[in-house]
Design a protein around this ligand. Structure first.
Ligand SMILES: Cc1cc2nc3c(=O)[nH]c(=O)nc-3n(C[C@H](O)[C@H](O)[C@H](O)COP(=O)(O)O)c2cc1C
Length: 284
């Protein structure tokens, strides 16, 4: 007789007792799109890295290939409505102006076509590129404008990040207090930090529920901040019942699970690390 564990119980007392709230083939079936602007290709590189990471975490095909905003001017409405979660990215170009400094087609649509978009409640996250060494007083300013335009349209924003010591800029319109409005990268000076930043950011978006069906919460923080990432070693698999057939539930109990702790909600989102598709939430 083969044994199939029916329940996973976290051993750490902080997480007990545990009850399943839902099991699903994720929350991660929502459609995800990336729209970016670029002049010299760096923002596209980061957009591609984000898409790759999403597909790695959520399963191949979860994220469509990134779309250059220049190619969808005039049809932005249908582009945004295709996706339940949209990631928008931009570089910054110093023109001496306060606004419209992406140097891309974003500047053409911010105060025209975008004003007609129906984005109330749409899940959106922002990323941006800049050069902290050469433009330290205006690092990634245009990401702040992109964020503000989207906010003015009533989107639900995800993916704000904590400004940590790895950033050496002096000022940025994309910085609000100790937070950036999204993921900021610097391919000119810190391209070696980009893969780690992208990885942590996508993991954060998962934890915030950005990819989930429904509205998500955006309440969790970066993994190196308030989120407690719990590994397999803190879980025990308890065999509560012996069965001859595999349970009909899609959840693979013998897989390795990674937990994303949301302290505010008092819940943990568990993602199957082998197929990165299955997930469930425990409340305690
Ligand atoms: C003329 C010029 C002006 C720039 N102005 C800024 C700026 O104001 N702030 C900033 O953070 N980066 C600035 N940058 C750096 C670019 O944002 C950075 O190189 C970015 O990676 C370009 O992205 P892209 O290749 O997608 O166009 C500037 C670069 C150039 C060449």
């Amino acid at each position: 007789m083969k044994l199939y564990p029916l329940f996973l119980l976290p051993t750490a007392s902080a997480f007990a007792p545990t009850a399943f709230l839902r099991r699903q083939h994720t929350s991660l079936d929502a459609s995800v799109g990336i729209v970016f602007g670029t002049s010299t290709g760096s923002t596209e590189e980061v957009a591609d890295a984000i898409a790759s990471r999403i597909n790695e975490v959520l399963g191949s095909g979860s994220c469509d290939p990134p779309i250059c905003v220049d190619n969808v001017v005039g049809t932005l409405s249908s582009t945004f409505s295709t996706y339940s979660s949209v990631i928008c990215g931009t570089p910054t170009w110093n023109t001496g102006a306060e606004t419209e400094r992406s140097g891309t087609a974003w500047d053409e649509v911010y105060y025209g076509e975008m004003g007609d978009l129906k984005l109330e409640g749409k899940k959106v996250a922002v990323f941006g590129l800049g050069d902290q060494e050469s433009y330290g007083e205006n690092y990634a300013d245009a990401s702040g404008e992109l964020y503000d335009v989207l906010q003015s349209l009533g989107v639900k924003s995800f993916g704000e990040t904590t400004v940590d010591d790895s950033y050496v800029h002096e000022e940025s319109k994309a910085q609000r207090g100790d937070k950036f409005v999204g993921l900021l990268c610097d391919q000119a000076n810190q391209d070696d930090l980009t893969p780690g930043r992208v990885e942590r950011w996508v993991d954060q978006l998962v934890a915030e529920g950005f990819f989930a069906d429904g509205a998500g919460t955006a309440e969790t923080q970066q993994a190196d901040g308030d989120v407690e990432v719990v590994g397999r070693d803190k879980i025990t698999v308890e065999v509560l019942k012996e069965v001859e057939e595999a349970p009909s539930s899609p959840v693979s109990f013998d897989a390795t699970w990674k937990g994303y702790r949301n302290e505010k909600k008092g819940s943990t989102l568990w993602v199957n690390q082998e197929n990165r598709v299955e997930s469930y939430t425990t409340q305690n």
